[in-house]
Design a protein. Structure first.
Length: 296
């Protein structure tokens, strides 16, 4: 048995990821396949044993609209192509925006590529890539390469004035070591929140913005089938210090919450219990962001 994925398996993964994208982003202004012939060939190849390998790779555009300081909305276009061996190899992505200078665009694209190389090899990663662009692209508009050292020092000063809550979604969290890391790192970084192991896995951390960022950068370096920040809340503390941080917290410490589902091999969590727990904490609206349904 080879561990190498076969071309057909890779093609199947590409098709299912493209289906997922079109169901998440049904409008052409968000997601559009620019090469319909390549897509048809790919589908034909997956469905017919005898079919030839497609002659060209599927190309598409994902558009991400972001709010940028002093400009209301900026569109970042992610021009994507899936090599035949994707997801074994990384996708080809170029992010463009009318507000990016040439050097900013190069900088952004090389950082995105570095992120994908570190976090996404061998896994379908278009959603992670889009999420990364959503979280980071706006920062590049004001960032000239030469002044990046200056920006960092300013950022650290203002960071202490931000309280952040991250809602992290993972395909599943079973691994004991990961669960221990999550709790230990949160303690070390003075973050509160909760971790719900199982499938899906949900982690919420809250505290100083810089500590949340550090927590996320450690967690996402572990190996995951899929992990992303589903939602993020930032509240300015306006220099009101420690007491204000405590006031913003919705959770006293970081603890693991097991909402056991009866009889489901103990790993599928009872989402009704999760909903009631979030409701108690005044976070019921988050449930819908995770699972796309009204709670009950």
């Amino acid at each position: 048995e080879t561990t190498e994925m076969t071309n057909r398996e890779e093609a199947e993964i590409q098709i299912s990821e493209l289906d997922l994208l079109s169901s998440m982003f049904p409008y052409e202004e968000e997601f559009i396949v620019t090469d319909q012939v390549a897509l048809a060939e790919l589908k034909h190849y997956v469905e017919n044993e005898s079919a030839e390998m497609p002659s060209s790779k599927v190309q598409f555009i994902l558009n991400v609209k972001l709010e940028v300081s002093n400009v209301s909305m900026v569109e970042f276009a992610m021009a994507c192509a899936l090599p035949f061996k994707y997801p074994t190899v990384l996708p080809e992505i170029t992010v463009r925006s009318s507000l990016l200078s040439r050097s900013q665009q190069i900088h952004l694209n090389s950082d995105l590529k570095a992120y994908l190389m570190q976090n996404c090899s061998g896994e379908p990663c278009m959603l992670s890539a889009r999420e990364w662009v959503k979280d980071h692209a706006a920062a590049y508009i004001d960032k000239e390469l030469s002044s990046s050292s200056v920006t960092t020092s300013n950022a650290t000063q203002s960071e202490d004035t931000m309280f952040t809550r991250l809602w992290i979604y993972s395909h599943h969290i079973y691994n004991k070591q990961k669960r221990k890391n999550i709790i230990d790192w949160a303690k070390e970084l003075s973050l509160s929140g909760f971790c719900m192991p199982g499938k899906p896995g949900v982690v919420c951390v809250e505290g100083l913005q810089s500590s949340c960022e550090e927590f996320w950068s450690r967690v996402r370096k572990l190996t995951w089938k899929r992990i992303l920040i589903r939602h993020r809340e930032d509240v300015s503390l306006e220099g009101r210090g420690h007491a204000e941080i405590q006031k913003q917290r919705k959770f006293p410490t970081l603890e693991e919450k097991c909402f056991d589902a009866h009889g489901a091999r103990g790993n599928h969590m009872d989402l009704g219990q999760l909903y009631r727990f979030l409701e108690e904490k005044g976070c019921a609206d988050i449930f819908q962001m995770y699972f796309g349904v009204e709670g009950h």
